[in-house]
Unconditional design. Structure first.
Ligand code: NAD
Length: 349
């Protein structure tokens, strides 16, 4: 049997743990895995692009466990009542190759993206940062706000979305969470006085959500929405004034804001800052950018965290994803209906 955490159990688990404690715990796992970056197999994700979106597989392994996520990105989906991003993932035992956890990863992607952004900001934003602008108030936005509150202590938000219904939804969802939220009439107004700017819009094009004249000295930009070829949010000139931090350089050069730059445009991998090999913020005036695209180790961290959290609880089901014949070489014998009795085999991991 394989442990399965579906949407219902994920919702119950987060309610039991609490949003902010969940995000703090997850940020800890994400940071821990960045610290052991060299232990992981790392490849840019495998992407299948189509006219309106992309379907991606994101694999990695630390030699003990193997994880992958299936995720899509279809910005037009919301017009027909579907989400832009949906995902599920698997964690397996490397020694036997047996999967041990299958999980929903749509909620988990939003959580891990937000937790990773908050970890990056811990190293890159000014220590006295108090105000965050959020541009784009869709599915990811509340998770971003909550992670920055839980990990970075940000309580004051200035927000903008081109769609007023998204703004209403964002305000209503965050009403019980203790933020001071100012809704603004434009992206330019949202960034006024902000110490951190999160861009998390969805549009499969080279958009200019932030232009150069909107970005003042000392700001940290958490650029989340530009995460596939042909999809960016920042005007190129901003990148020329900033220090840019990335997850896996070779993947971000294809998918991130830096796809607008020459192939040798200098960037620093975030894990190097976390382990102390590279400097993050050097001065209060420096502009830093976390060019987030989402990397497989972050999903691996999220699956590892989930596996540890559900251990000994009833927040998962056991499903017969795998055949378990009594004689492991008699797969054919299993096709006999009478032989289809559940058999207890050891949990793979
Ligand atoms: P969504 O479709 O739910 O929300 C996007 C929001 O952006 C919508 O409310 C839309 O009205 C708004 N928007 C679009 N253009 C805008 C503009 N110019 N100014 C202001 N608002 C604008 O999408 P989502 O699930 O929240 O995802 C947002 C983006 O984040 C997507 O591009 C997605 O691919 C990306 N993403 C990145 C990561 C990562 O790890 N970096 C992870 C998940 C999602």
């Amino acid at each position: 049997m394989v442990r399965y955490v579906g949407v219902g159990n994920m919702v119950r688990l987060i309610a039991a743990v609490g949003f902010e404690p969940y995000l703090i715990g997850l940020a800890g796992y994400v940071e821990e895995d960045f610290r052991r970056w060299n232990a992981f197999e790392k490849v840019p994700r495998v992407a299948s692009h189509s006219r309106d979106g992309v379907i991606e597989l994101m694999p990695t392994s630390d030699g003990e466990f193997y994880g992958f996520k299936y995720v899509n990105g279809h910005p037009r989906n919301t017009r027909t009542g579907l989400q832009t991003v949906t995902a599920f993932g698997v964690l397996s035992d490397v020694e036997t190759g047996y999967p041990c956890l299958l999980s929903e990863m749509t909620i988990t992607t939003a959580l891990r993206t937000a937790a990773t952004s908050a970890v990056a900001a811990k190293y890159l934003a000014r220590e006295d940062a108090e105000v965050m602008a959020i541009i784009g108030l869709g599915s990811q936005s509340e998770f971003q706000a909550l992670a920055f509150k839980a990990v970075n202590g940000i309580r004051r938000l200035r927000v903008f979305d081109i769609d007023p219904t998204a703004t209403g939804k964002f305000k209503a969802n965050l009403a019980p969470h203790g933020f001071e939220i100012e809704v603004t009439a434009s992206a330019g107004a949202a960034v006024l006085g902000a110490d951190i700017i999160t861009t998390v819009t969805a549009d499969k094009q080279r958009a200019t959500v932030l232009s150069d004249n909107m970005v003042g000295a000392g700001v940290h930009i958490n650029a989340v929405g530009g995460d596939c070829p042909g999809k960016t949010e920042l005007q190129r000139a901003i990148l020329l004034r900033a220090d840019v931090f990335v997850e896996l350089t070779e993947q971000t050069r294809i998918e991130g804001e830096i796809q607008q730059m020459a192939p040798d445009f200098p960037v620093t991998e975030l894990w190097r800052v976390i382990v102390g090999e590279a400097t993050g913020r050097r001065s209060p005036d420096q502009i830093t950018i976390f060019d987030s695209v989402g990397f497989a180790t972050e999903d691996f961290s999220a699956l590892r965290y989930l596996r540890d959290l559900v251990e000994g609880t009833d927040y998962y089901e056991e499903i017969d994803l795998l055949t378990e014949p009594k004689d492991p070489r008699n797969l054919f014998g299993l096709l006999n209906l009478a032989a289809l009795q559940p058999r207890k085999v050891p949990q793979a991991c």
